[in-house]
Design a protein around this ligand. Structure first.
Ligand code: CMC
Length: 437
């Protein structure tokens, strides 16, 4: 198996004093970002664990893929700023960059496009799986099942110790998740599946698989295709977020990549993660009118009310989410193209953003709009039902997941992920027969 050396550098030591004993802990530095204290030997040496639920202060791996500075509002893939990639690149080129570390040459780009394009069809028998689902099944429920089931169809790319099989699996996943997402959509609306068309680009092909019907010709609108391609770029990777960490954790046991990506899809589904764009749009619909915005801002600030402004706040960004800026521009472009600039949801969103950004509660807690705030409006305007939003996120994030999975498998420091705990349950006690309880 090809393995890579650690790139982290020594950055001095930290001393931990506990129970009258001192322990020297090595500190490490990466290219950018906070240094880390290496506690790998702490348990062995000192018999204590560290406690960090939610991993707010824990680096779980070494990675060269994505860099985020949440305070400065920076997101870079392999060093390239997200706004430059969104403006000048395209999703497949970004996929290549995330997977292989460099922007492709013209020849590499065209070979990669060809490879992905020629893996977009799914095994015909896979189509029968869909018929086992209820028509009103959530597309993410279908995606979890069908993407996981790919491991039952592509046995020739499940050996994670074979580098060639790993490459084929990553290409298959990038190519087939849009086909599966489009099939989930078609199934939910009772329309026939549309096979991929190899003369179209990745995003155009996806739009056609979603929106074409056999009885009329479908023409891809380039403005809308650019917007969706940008959405895919913006969602392609986000370092060690919950779903990516899920993929790495699943993969750390040696599970095959199709199963790992299905695990990532399951995690992404939650409303605090990938489900937030759906939740943000539903919230805007519920608010309904600009005049009700102050009422909802008050609800969000009320400690006794569980309501939160969906599409606001982020675990890492304590500044305007750099993806939200790009998303906002694309949102305007789509609404303009479709003659929907008077869209009431957009008006409500703008007013909500304006009021929240001036409010002390949001300022003090550094709660800014995140990408989901504008992506929901854009996706709805593109014609996707809200239930498809997270599935689209999964399509885009698949490349991030497979790039991170590949990096993990090739990392010599990789071990099975096995967090520990602080146990606060009952101490040892004897079993009591039922008649004595
Ligand atoms: N509306 C109102 N108050 C909020 C919000 C919000 N959207 N987000 C955080 N807060 C408050 C929260 O009540 C807490 O207040 P206090 O300190 O008084 O208890 C404080 O801000 C810190 O919140 P937290 O939950 O401890 O922060 P977190 O880093 O654990 O959570 C979050 C981050 C994204 C889960 C959260 O901000 C949230 O629930 N936002 C709404 C859902 C959302 O938009 N999620 C999409 C994230 S971006 C997509 C992605 O990258 O996956």
């Amino acid at each position: 198996m090809s393995v890579k050396e650690s790139q982290a550098k020594s950055a001095g030591t930290a001393t931990l004093t506990y129970d009258n004993k001192s322990y020297e802990l090595p500190a490490l530095s990466g290219t950018q970002g906070p240094n880390v204290i290496d506690i790998r030997k702490l348990y062995g040496d000192a018999d204590i664990f560290t406690y960090d639920p939610g991993f707010t202060s824990t680096a779980s791996c070494e990675s060269e893929i994505t860099y985020i500075d949440g305070d400065a509002g920076i997101l870079r893939y392999r060093g390239y700023p997200i706004d430059q990639l969104a403006q000048h690149s395209n999703f497949l080129e970004v996929c290549y960059l995330l997977l292989y570390g460099e922007l492709p040459s013209a020849k590499q780009a065209s070979d990669f496009d060809h490879t992905i394009t020629f893996h977009t069809m799914v095994h015909e028998q896979l189509t029968f799986l869909f018929r086992g689902f209820r028509r009103d099944a959530h597309p993410m429920a279908v995606m979890c099942g069908v993407v996981g089931a790919l491991s039952a169809f592509y046995h020739d790319s499940t050996d994670i110790n074979d580098p060639r099989q790993r490459v084929i699996a990553t290409h298959r996943l990038i190519a087939k998740t849009p086909t599966i997402a489009a099939m989930a959509y078609k199934y939910s609306v009772g329309q026939p599946f549309v096979y991929p068309s190899n003369d179209l680009g990745y995003t155009e092909n996806f739009m056609r698989m979603c929106f074409a019907v056999p009885c009329e010709e479908y023409k891809v609108n380039p403005v809308l295709a650019k917007a969706l391609d940008t959405i895919f770029i913006l969602h392609a990777d986000h370092e060690q977020n919950a779903s990516t960490s899920t993929v790495r954790l699943a993969g750390s046991s040696g599970a095959n990549p199709f199963a790992c990506i299905a695990a990532g899809i399951a995690c992404l589904w939650g409303p605090a993660h990938g489900g937030a764009n759906e939740a943000a749009l539903n919230m805007l619909k519920e608010i309904g009118d600009v005049s009700r915005v102050p009422e909802y801002v008050s609800k969000a600030k009320d400690k006794n009310d569980p309501f939160r402004l969906m599409g606001f706040g982020h675990r890492v960004y304590k500044n305007y989410d750099p993806r939200a800026k790009v998303m906002r521009d694309q949102c305007y472009a789509v609404l303009e193209e479709l003659g929907m600039h008077d869209n009431p949801l957009l008006k409500t969103a703008l007013e909500l953003e304006r009021i929240a950004l001036q409010d002390d509660y949001f300022i003090e807690k550094k709660l800014y709009p995140n990408i989901d705030f504008y992506s929901g409006i854009t996706l709805a305007a593109l014609g996707f039902p809200t239930t498809m939003f997270t599935a689209l996120f999964a399509v885009a994030r698949t490349v991030g997941w497979v790039a991170q999975w590949k990096e993990m498998v090739e990392d010599p420091q990789q071990k099975i992920g096995r967090p520990r705990q602080i146990y606060t349950g009952a101490a040892a006690r004897d079993y009591v027969p039922v008649e004595n309880r």
